[in-house]
Design a protein around this ligand. Structure first.
Ligand SMILES: [Zn+2]
Length: 78
């Protein structure tokens, strides 16, 4: 896939997703993503983006301060 920003080559890899809220920070490791080899922009597929939203919604209620999760594990628990 071509990067929308710089037209560089986006490569399939695992990415660390970080979402900050007022009350906590959620970190999800090893999320499948496409990352631009040139500018580092991160792209998620629709499926992954949807799942991330679901997961973060659910975790946000439980997490205080900072929490780190493995994508594979939280997806299976969903
Ligand atoms: Zn780029």
């Amino acid at each position: 896939m071509r990067c929308i920003l710089c037209k560089g080559n986006a490569i399939e890899t695992k990415h660390t997703y970080i979402q900050e809220f007022d009350n906590c920070i959620i970190i999800i490791k090893n999320v499948p993503a496409l990352v631009c080899s040139q500018c580092g922009e991160v792209y998620y597929s629709d499926v992954i983006a949807e799942k991330l939203e679901e997961i973060v919604d659910r975790l946000q209620v439980m997490v205080k301060d900072v929490a780190i999760f493995e994508y594979d594990k939280v997806v299976k628990a969903a």
